[in-house]
Design a protein around this ligand. Structure first.
Ligand code: NDP
Length: 247
Protein backbone atom coordinates (compact mmCIF):
# COMPACT_ATOMS: atom_id res chain seq x y z
CA UNK A 1 0.00 0.00 0.00
CA UNK A 2 1.22 3.48 -0.83
CA UNK A 3 -0.12 6.92 0.00
CA UNK A 4 2.75 9.05 -1.28
CA UNK A 5 1.67 12.62 -2.07
CA UNK A 6 -1.77 12.22 -0.48
CA UNK A 7 -2.97 14.43 2.35
CA UNK A 8 -4.75 12.80 5.28
CA UNK A 9 -6.67 14.60 8.01
CA UNK A 10 -6.92 12.56 11.22
CA UNK A 11 -9.09 14.07 13.94
CA UNK A 12 -8.22 13.32 17.57
CA UNK A 13 -4.67 12.27 16.73
CA UNK A 14 -2.80 13.32 19.89
CA UNK A 15 -2.87 9.79 21.34
CA UNK A 16 -4.45 6.34 21.18
CA UNK A 17 -6.07 5.13 17.99
CA UNK A 18 -5.87 8.48 16.16
CA UNK A 19 -2.14 8.78 16.80
CA UNK A 20 -1.54 5.21 15.57
CA UNK A 21 -3.55 5.95 12.41
CA UNK A 22 -1.63 9.17 11.75
CA UNK A 23 1.72 7.39 12.16
CA UNK A 24 0.65 4.49 9.93
CA UNK A 25 -0.57 6.77 7.13
CA UNK A 26 2.68 8.75 7.39
CA UNK A 27 4.66 5.48 7.14
CA UNK A 28 2.85 4.91 3.84
CA UNK A 29 3.94 8.35 2.61
CA UNK A 30 0.91 10.55 3.31
CA UNK A 31 1.22 14.12 4.53
CA UNK A 32 -0.70 14.44 7.78
CA UNK A 33 -2.98 17.03 9.34
CA UNK A 34 -3.15 16.32 13.06
CA UNK A 35 -5.92 17.54 15.32
CA UNK A 36 -6.74 17.62 19.01
CA UNK A 37 -8.53 19.91 21.44
CA UNK A 38 -6.78 23.21 22.14
CA UNK A 39 -5.85 21.85 25.61
CA UNK A 40 -3.61 19.06 24.31
CA UNK A 41 0.16 19.32 24.64
CA UNK A 42 0.84 15.69 23.62
CA UNK A 43 0.22 16.45 19.96
CA UNK A 44 3.43 18.47 19.46
CA UNK A 45 5.48 15.30 20.00
CA UNK A 46 3.30 13.44 17.49
CA UNK A 47 3.89 16.18 14.91
CA UNK A 48 7.65 15.85 15.44
CA UNK A 49 7.46 12.06 15.04
CA UNK A 50 5.55 12.45 11.77
CA UNK A 51 7.99 15.01 10.33
CA UNK A 52 10.86 12.63 11.12
CA UNK A 53 9.27 10.20 8.65
CA UNK A 54 9.95 12.72 5.86
CA UNK A 55 6.37 13.83 5.19
CA UNK A 56 4.63 17.16 5.84
CA UNK A 57 2.73 17.58 9.11
CA UNK A 58 0.43 20.34 10.29
CA UNK A 59 -1.35 20.48 13.63
CA UNK A 60 -4.67 22.25 14.01
CA UNK A 61 -6.05 22.33 17.51
CA UNK A 62 -9.80 22.86 17.54
CA UNK A 63 -13.02 21.38 18.81
CA UNK A 64 -14.32 19.21 15.96
CA UNK A 65 -17.80 19.40 17.46
CA UNK A 66 -17.93 23.10 16.58
CA UNK A 67 -19.07 23.78 12.99
CA UNK A 68 -17.31 27.15 12.70
CA UNK A 69 -13.98 25.89 14.05
CA UNK A 70 -14.05 22.99 11.59
CA UNK A 71 -14.78 25.33 8.67
CA UNK A 72 -11.73 27.36 9.66
CA UNK A 73 -9.64 24.20 10.05
CA UNK A 74 -10.37 23.11 6.47
CA UNK A 75 -9.69 26.60 5.10
CA UNK A 76 -6.26 26.42 6.74
CA UNK A 77 -5.68 22.91 5.37
CA UNK A 78 -6.58 23.99 1.83
CA UNK A 79 -4.08 26.85 2.06
CA UNK A 80 -1.29 24.50 3.12
CA UNK A 81 -1.90 21.42 0.94
CA UNK A 82 -2.73 20.87 -2.75
CA UNK A 83 -5.41 18.28 -2.03
CA UNK A 84 -7.44 16.71 0.78
CA UNK A 85 -7.51 12.99 -0.03
CA UNK A 86 -8.27 11.16 3.22
CA UNK A 87 -10.40 12.12 6.20
CA UNK A 88 -10.40 9.93 9.29
CA UNK A 89 -13.13 10.97 11.74
CA UNK A 90 -11.58 9.55 14.89
CA UNK A 91 -12.00 12.16 17.65
CA UNK A 92 -14.26 10.85 20.37
CA UNK A 93 -15.10 10.96 24.04
CA UNK A 94 -17.18 9.02 26.54
CA UNK A 95 -19.24 10.45 29.40
CA UNK A 96 -20.81 7.27 30.74
CA UNK A 97 -23.75 7.22 33.11
CA UNK A 98 -27.03 5.42 33.53
CA UNK A 99 -29.77 6.99 31.44
CA UNK A 100 -31.73 8.25 34.43
CA UNK A 101 -28.60 9.96 35.79
CA UNK A 102 -27.21 11.25 32.49
CA UNK A 103 -27.17 15.04 32.29
CA UNK A 104 -28.27 16.94 29.22
CA UNK A 105 -24.76 18.42 29.10
CA UNK A 106 -23.12 14.97 28.92
CA UNK A 107 -25.58 13.87 26.24
CA UNK A 108 -24.88 16.96 24.13
CA UNK A 109 -21.11 16.85 24.55
CA UNK A 110 -20.86 13.21 23.49
CA UNK A 111 -23.20 13.67 20.51
CA UNK A 112 -21.37 16.81 19.36
CA UNK A 113 -17.86 15.39 19.73
CA UNK A 114 -18.55 11.94 18.28
CA UNK A 115 -21.33 12.55 15.74
CA UNK A 116 -21.78 16.21 14.85
CA UNK A 117 -18.01 16.30 14.27
CA UNK A 118 -18.46 13.74 11.49
CA UNK A 119 -20.99 15.97 9.75
CA UNK A 120 -18.78 19.04 10.30
CA UNK A 121 -15.60 17.44 8.94
CA UNK A 122 -17.10 15.33 6.14
CA UNK A 123 -19.12 18.30 4.83
CA UNK A 124 -16.02 20.48 4.76
CA UNK A 125 -13.74 17.80 3.25
CA UNK A 126 -16.31 16.68 0.64
CA UNK A 127 -16.21 20.16 -0.91
CA UNK A 128 -12.58 19.58 -1.88
CA UNK A 129 -12.94 15.85 -2.63
CA UNK A 130 -15.84 16.48 -5.04
CA UNK A 131 -13.69 18.93 -7.01
CA UNK A 132 -10.85 16.38 -7.07
CA UNK A 133 -13.30 13.58 -8.00
CA UNK A 134 -11.66 11.35 -5.40
CA UNK A 135 -11.48 10.88 -1.66
CA UNK A 136 -11.65 8.45 1.22
CA UNK A 137 -13.69 9.13 4.34
CA UNK A 138 -13.30 6.71 7.24
CA UNK A 139 -15.43 7.00 10.35
CA UNK A 140 -14.25 5.39 13.57
CA UNK A 141 -17.48 4.09 15.09
CA UNK A 142 -17.68 1.37 17.76
CA UNK A 143 -19.27 -1.97 18.60
CA UNK A 144 -21.29 0.10 21.11
CA UNK A 145 -23.06 1.61 18.10
CA UNK A 146 -23.90 -1.86 16.81
CA UNK A 147 -25.15 -3.62 19.92
CA UNK A 148 -25.57 -0.81 22.49
CA UNK A 149 -23.80 -0.64 25.83
CA UNK A 150 -25.37 -0.03 29.24
CA UNK A 151 -24.31 3.32 30.67
CA UNK A 152 -23.56 4.59 27.16
CA UNK A 153 -26.90 5.81 25.78
CA UNK A 154 -25.15 8.95 24.51
CA UNK A 155 -22.08 7.17 23.10
CA UNK A 156 -23.99 4.23 21.58
CA UNK A 157 -26.39 6.69 19.90
CA UNK A 158 -23.53 8.75 18.48
CA UNK A 159 -21.68 5.68 17.21
CA UNK A 160 -24.87 4.22 15.67
CA UNK A 161 -25.51 7.62 14.09
CA UNK A 162 -22.08 7.49 12.49
CA UNK A 163 -23.07 4.24 10.79
CA UNK A 164 -26.24 5.76 9.30
CA UNK A 165 -24.21 8.76 8.21
CA UNK A 166 -21.61 6.49 6.58
CA UNK A 167 -24.23 4.72 4.46
CA UNK A 168 -26.06 7.90 3.42
CA UNK A 169 -22.84 9.71 2.53
CA UNK A 170 -21.49 6.64 0.69
CA UNK A 171 -24.57 6.61 -1.55
CA UNK A 172 -24.43 10.37 -2.10
CA UNK A 173 -20.73 10.64 -2.87
CA UNK A 174 -20.07 7.40 -4.80
CA UNK A 175 -20.66 9.03 -8.18
CA UNK A 176 -17.96 11.59 -7.30
CA UNK A 177 -15.29 8.95 -6.74
CA UNK A 178 -15.46 9.23 -2.96
CA UNK A 179 -15.78 6.18 -0.71
CA UNK A 180 -17.15 6.37 2.83
CA UNK A 181 -16.69 3.50 5.27
CA UNK A 182 -16.90 2.92 9.00
CA UNK A 183 -14.70 0.94 11.32
CA UNK A 184 -16.25 -0.52 14.47
CA UNK A 185 -13.53 -1.34 17.01
CA UNK A 186 -14.24 -3.49 20.03
CA UNK A 187 -12.10 -3.13 23.13
CA UNK A 188 -8.88 -1.31 22.18
CA UNK A 189 -6.18 -0.48 24.73
CA UNK A 190 -6.10 3.33 25.11
CA UNK A 191 -6.72 6.08 27.62
CA UNK A 192 -10.44 5.74 26.88
CA UNK A 193 -10.50 2.11 28.06
CA UNK A 194 -7.85 2.49 30.80
CA UNK A 195 -10.44 4.11 33.02
CA UNK A 196 -12.81 1.08 32.93
CA UNK A 197 -12.98 -1.13 36.03
CA UNK A 198 -11.14 -4.47 36.13
CA UNK A 199 -14.49 -6.23 36.48
CA UNK A 200 -15.77 -4.65 33.26
CA UNK A 201 -12.50 -5.46 31.46
CA UNK A 202 -12.84 -9.12 32.52
CA UNK A 203 -16.40 -9.18 31.25
CA UNK A 204 -15.27 -7.80 27.86
CA UNK A 205 -12.45 -10.37 27.70
CA UNK A 206 -14.90 -13.24 28.27
CA UNK A 207 -16.72 -12.13 25.10
CA UNK A 208 -13.65 -11.84 22.86
CA UNK A 209 -13.05 -15.12 20.96
CA UNK A 210 -9.45 -14.11 20.09
CA UNK A 211 -8.80 -13.66 23.84
CA UNK A 212 -6.89 -10.40 23.73
CA UNK A 213 -7.71 -6.71 23.70
CA UNK A 214 -7.04 -4.87 20.46
CA UNK A 215 -4.22 -2.37 20.00
CA UNK A 216 -4.38 1.02 18.29
CA UNK A 217 -2.16 -0.52 15.58
CA UNK A 218 -4.83 -3.14 14.81
CA UNK A 219 -7.25 -0.31 14.00
CA UNK A 220 -4.59 1.69 12.15
CA UNK A 221 -3.81 -1.23 9.81
CA UNK A 222 -7.45 -1.55 8.78
CA UNK A 223 -7.83 2.20 8.40
CA UNK A 224 -4.73 2.33 6.18
CA UNK A 225 -6.30 -0.28 3.90
CA UNK A 226 -9.52 1.76 3.70
CA UNK A 227 -7.48 4.90 2.95
CA UNK A 228 -5.57 3.22 0.14
CA UNK A 229 -6.42 2.39 -3.47
CA UNK A 230 -6.64 -1.29 -2.44
CA UNK A 231 -10.14 -0.61 -1.08
CA UNK A 232 -11.46 1.24 -4.13
CA UNK A 233 -14.46 -1.10 -4.63
CA UNK A 234 -15.57 -0.89 -1.02
CA UNK A 235 -18.02 1.75 0.20
CA UNK A 236 -20.82 2.15 2.73
CA UNK A 237 -19.46 -0.72 4.83
CA UNK A 238 -19.01 -1.12 8.56
CA UNK A 239 -15.99 -3.29 9.31
CA UNK A 240 -15.78 -4.79 12.80
CA UNK A 241 -12.32 -5.01 14.36
CA UNK A 242 -13.00 -6.58 17.72
CA UNK A 243 -11.37 -10.00 18.00
CA UNK A 244 -14.71 -11.54 17.04
CA UNK A 245 -16.72 -9.91 19.85
CA UNK A 246 -19.65 -9.01 17.58
CA UNK A 247 -20.49 -11.31 14.67
P1 NDP B 1 -8.49 8.61 23.43
O1 NDP B 1 -9.30 9.15 24.53
O2 NDP B 1 -7.21 7.93 23.72
O3 NDP B 1 -8.19 9.79 22.37
C1 NDP B 1 -9.23 10.64 21.95
C2 NDP B 1 -8.68 11.66 20.98
O4 NDP B 1 -9.77 12.51 20.57
C3 NDP B 1 -7.62 12.57 21.59
O5 NDP B 1 -6.67 12.89 20.58
C4 NDP B 1 -8.41 13.80 21.96
O6 NDP B 1 -7.63 15.00 21.97
C5 NDP B 1 -9.39 13.87 20.80
N1 NDP B 1 -10.56 14.70 21.07
C6 NDP B 1 -11.47 14.54 22.06
N2 NDP B 1 -12.41 15.49 21.98
C7 NDP B 1 -12.10 16.27 20.92
C8 NDP B 1 -12.67 17.41 20.32
N3 NDP B 1 -13.80 17.96 20.78
N4 NDP B 1 -12.06 17.98 19.25
C9 NDP B 1 -10.91 17.44 18.75
N5 NDP B 1 -10.32 16.35 19.27
C10 NDP B 1 -10.90 15.77 20.34
O7 NDP B 1 -9.49 7.65 22.60
P2 NDP B 1 -9.22 6.34 21.71
O8 NDP B 1 -7.96 6.47 20.98
O9 NDP B 1 -9.47 5.16 22.55
O10 NDP B 1 -10.47 6.44 20.72
C11 NDP B 1 -10.38 7.01 19.43
C12 NDP B 1 -11.72 6.78 18.70
O11 NDP B 1 -11.99 5.37 18.66
C13 NDP B 1 -12.91 7.42 19.42
O12 NDP B 1 -13.81 7.90 18.48
C14 NDP B 1 -13.52 6.25 20.17
O13 NDP B 1 -14.87 6.45 20.40
C15 NDP B 1 -13.26 5.11 19.18
N6 NDP B 1 -13.29 3.80 19.80
C16 NDP B 1 -12.41 3.46 20.79
C17 NDP B 1 -12.45 2.21 21.36
C18 NDP B 1 -11.53 1.78 22.44
O14 NDP B 1 -11.72 0.66 22.95
N7 NDP B 1 -10.53 2.55 22.82
C19 NDP B 1 -13.46 1.21 20.92
C20 NDP B 1 -14.32 1.68 19.88
C21 NDP B 1 -14.22 2.91 19.34
P3 NDP B 1 -7.04 15.66 23.35
O15 NDP B 1 -5.66 15.09 23.51
O16 NDP B 1 -7.02 17.10 23.07
O17 NDP B 1 -7.97 15.26 24.46
Amino acid sequence: MELKGKTAVVTGSSRGIGKAIALKLADLGANIVLNSTPASDAIDAVEKEIREKGVKALTIKCNVGCFKEVQEMFETISKNFDSIDILVNNAGITKDNLLIRMSEEDWNEVIDTNLKSVFNCAKAAAKYMIKQKSGKIINISSVSGLVGAPGQANYSSAKAGMIGFTKAAAKELASRGITVNAVAPGFIESRMTDKLSDALKEEYMRNIPLKRFGTPDDVANLTAFLASDKSNYLTGQVIHIDGGMVM
